[in-house]
Each structure stands twice: as structure tokens, then as C-alpha cells.
Design a protein around this ligand. Structure first.
Ligand code: FE2
Length: 398
């Protein structure tokens, strides 16, 4: 968290009953941190989400709109999260709108139905082109109430006096489409994005203070090492989690043989669920920490296009990204960026936007010179198999 924004844990009931629908760590128990990002205008709720302890925070943003509140990218509505939302409603008016501004981000989609059931008068707005895997099902089958669900752009746009909506995409990614809609919230001068842009800091998020297990789990080098806690080990674990989240499989990471994994497993002191019985199927090579410096800011969050998005979604569609930034840089008075992952808020004025655009324009976009060999080979394999298209814009050309 930048800006010295004060975060606090929401205490009480963190149960999330519907977790088997989307079985990601931390499963049925979800702690939430809450912070006010811009006084009386923008608030952040964060929970952990991931697989096998590769868990990174995911953010729901709440903003003040005329006569009430708007939720963007809802999170599982645990009791403590709802209690805090009710406090905001008392001060600022009811939740009027819930927005899912991404077509593809399943992790943001899964909580929409539960949130819709909680706020029965709220209107739901979703990004066009929603798809589900393996089958594309109608929104009503996925639990979206059809009478109060609207499609962004096709059915209009919510709160146009307070918000400007800017679409990134659509582009065809083979299995479905990628599109996300950024919201410029004029009262706070904050640009709210989902997955496209992130700012990554070297400091582990506060969310890990309550349970640092995922950090400590990955701070080890072998499964037979016990989970020890120190600030240095937390930082080491955080760096590795960031590499996982950014590159799916960092190139300095080897997957050891099953014999090696089992040899180090089930050792005394590790025969418990918390340490996954010593099963640690990763082996980091020397120098693994160097690559993290390219994506992580040491004193402040490093602003960037999320590596997975650049390398897997947009490798052949750089211009779409540049055009989106062209539109964003013209937003009058833009000051902050609030993404759905990693640090927020981040300073983001026209200056930062222009320099990011320049960096992308002159970068070897999607050329995979350094770190992301796994993403490169994944993209190339999918391309060869015909799963992803060579011309991702073809489908959406007029
Ligand atoms: Fe996401």
C-alpha cells in the first residue's frame, strides 16, 4: 500500500460459504483488510486468492456516486466485509450499483451473484462478452438476475456525471475474449482498472500480517525445511509469490523430480496441513531474485502493464493497448490509479501515463527477451495449436 494509507483487518466472521464454486486458497475462510484510499470517496477491500499457497491479494473497490455507492469487482461477501459495507452505506447512502468491468477475469466474476443477492436493489453492470469455461452459459444461469443486469455500452453506462468509462479491447484470445473497462471516477480523480495495469511494491501487503503462511511456505528452498518467520523471510516469500503471479512459472524455477519431492516430504515437524506435509514441488535456481527487481519497486510501487496480460493477451495487439492509453492520458485532472491487484492508490497523472505509453511503444513488447520464457512457450504452443488467433482483432473488425 502506498501513500501511507491506513489499513485495518475486519474482525469477526470471515466464512465464505460458497468457496467450493471456485476452490481457491484460502478456501472457506477469508480475511479482509479495509482501507480508505481517498477520504469519503474511494475505499478498498482486499482478500487473498490463489492456488496452493500461491496467493496474492485481490481488491474490491467502492466509490461514492450520487445518492449512494458503487462496488467495482466484488469480493466474496463475508460477514465482516458486509458489516464494513453497511457502515459505509450509513454514511454515504445505499449500494446502488455493482460493476464487473472484465469479460474474462473469473476471480472477479465469481462473487457477483452473491453480492447481487445481498444488495437486492442494486443494478448490476457487466463488461460485454462475458464467457465461462468450459461452456459459455447465459448470465442468468450463472446467477446474475436478468431483470437488473445491464451490459456496459450496449445498455448505456452507469453514473455518467461522476464516471467516464473507457474500454480496453475487445480482442480475441481464442478461448474467449479479453476486454476490461476502466472507470475514471471524476470526484476522486482516480482511474479504476482491473487486470491491465499494476503497481508492485517490495513490501508484502498487510493482508499477510494476520497469516503469513503463504509467504513463509515459499521462502523455503526445500520441503524438509520448517516454516520459519522473520521479516527477511516474509520479503523473500513475497518476491517469489510476485514472480508466480506475474509469470505463472518463473524461468528460474525448476520442478524437481517426484522422487526428490517425496524424499523431502513428511519429515518430523512437517506432518501437518499448514506445511502441506513438506510437499514443496519447486526448486529455485541461483540468481532468482534478480528478475524480480525488474517488476518490483524498492521504495514505491513500480507501475507496469501486468506481465501476464502483456505476454499472453496482447503479444500481437500492442496498438490496442497504446490506443487505450491515448484515451486515458486525456482524462482531465487524473491523479491516481487503483487496480484490482497489488498496490493502491498509485500516483498516475498524464505524465505517468505518457511515460508508460512511451516505454511500451519503444519496448520489445511481447518479445520475451528475458524472464518470461514460460509465457513465451505457452503463447507459442497455443498459437501453433490454433487455440489463440494470429490476428486477435480480426473477429471484432467492423
Ligand atoms: Fe484479476
Amino acid at each position: 500500500m502506498s501513500f501511507g494509507v491506513k489499513q485495518h483487518f475486519l474482525k469477526g466472521n470471515n466464512n465464505w460459504f460458497w468457496w467450493p464454486l471456485f476452490p481457491l486458497y484460502p478456501y472457506g475462510s477469508r480475511n479482509t483488510t479495509f482501507s480508505e484510499l481517498v477520504p469519503d470517496l474511494v475505499w478498498s477491500f482486499e482478500q487473498l486468492q490463489g492456488l496452493y499457497y500461491v496467493a496474492v491479494p485481490i481488491r474490491m473497490t467502492v466509490v461514492k456516486v450520487p445518492k449512494g455507492l458503487m462496488i467495482i469487482n466484488p469480493l466474496p461477501p463475508t460477514k465482516d466485509l458486509l458489516d464494513q459495507l453497511r457502515i459505509l452505506e450509513n454514511d454515504h447512502g445505499p449500494v446502488r450499483t455493482i460493476v464487473l468491468p472484465t469479460a474474462s477475469g473469473l476471480e472477479h466474476k465469481i462473487s457477483m451473484p452473491a453480492m447481487a443477492r445481498t444488495f437486492r436493489k442494486a443494478i448490476l453492470w457487466v463488461c460485454p462478452g462475458q464467457w465461462s469455461f468450459p461452456l459459455t452459459l447465459p448470465l442468468s444461469w450463472l446467477g446474475f438476475p436478468s431483470s437488473r443486469t445491464r451490459i456496459l455500452f450496449a445498455d448505456g453506462l452507469p453514473h455518467r456525471t461522476a464516471c467516464k468509462w473507457i474500454s480496453l479491447g475487445p480482442i480475441d484470445i481464442g478461448l474467449g475474449r479479453f476486454q476490461e473497462v476502466a472507470c475514471f471516477h471524476k470526484p476522486s480523480r482516480a482511474l479504476l482498472v482491473t487486470d491491465a495495469l499494476v503497481g508492485i511494491s517490495s513490501k508484502p501487503p498487510e493482508l499477510f500480517d494476520l497469516d503469513p503462511t503463504p509467504l513463509l511456505f515459499h521462502a523455503r528452498d526445500e520441503g524438509n525445511q520448517p516454516l520459519k518467520d522473520s521479516p527477511e523471510l516474509r520479503n523473500k516469500g513475497w518476491k517469489r509469490l510476485v514472480l508466480f503471479a506475474s509469470f505463472l512459472k518463473p524461468s528460474q524455477l525448476e520442478i524437481p523430480s517426484i522422487n526428490t519431492v517425496l524424499k523431502n516430504s513428511f519429515k518430523p515437524g512437517l506432518r501437518n496441513l499448514k506445511s502441506h506435509f513438506g510437499i514443496y514441488p519447486f526448486q529455485w535456481q541461483k540468481g532468482w531474485g534478480l528478475s524480480v527487481d525488474q517488476i518490483m519497486g524498492s521504495t514505491k510501487p513500480l507501475l507496469q502493464v501486468a506481465p501476464v496480460i502483456e505476454r499472453l493477451v496482447f503479444p500481437r495487439a500492442k496498438n490496442v493497448f497504446l490506443r487505450w492509453l491515448d484515451e486515458i492520458k486525456e482524462l482531465e485532472g487524473m491523479k491516481l490509479l487503483v487496480p484490482a491487484h497489488f498496490s493502491a492508490p498509485i500516483i498516475f497523472t498524464k505524465r505517468e501515463c505518457v511515460s508508460l505509453r512511451q516505454k511500451i511503444n519503444f519496448s520489445r513488447w511481447g518479445s520475451y527477451q528475458d524472464e518470461p520464457s514460460f509465457l513465451r512457450s505457452l503463447d507459442q504452443s497455443l498459437l501453433k495449436l490454433g487455440v489463440v488467433p494470429n490476428d486477435p482483432l480480426n473477429k471484432f473488425k467492423d
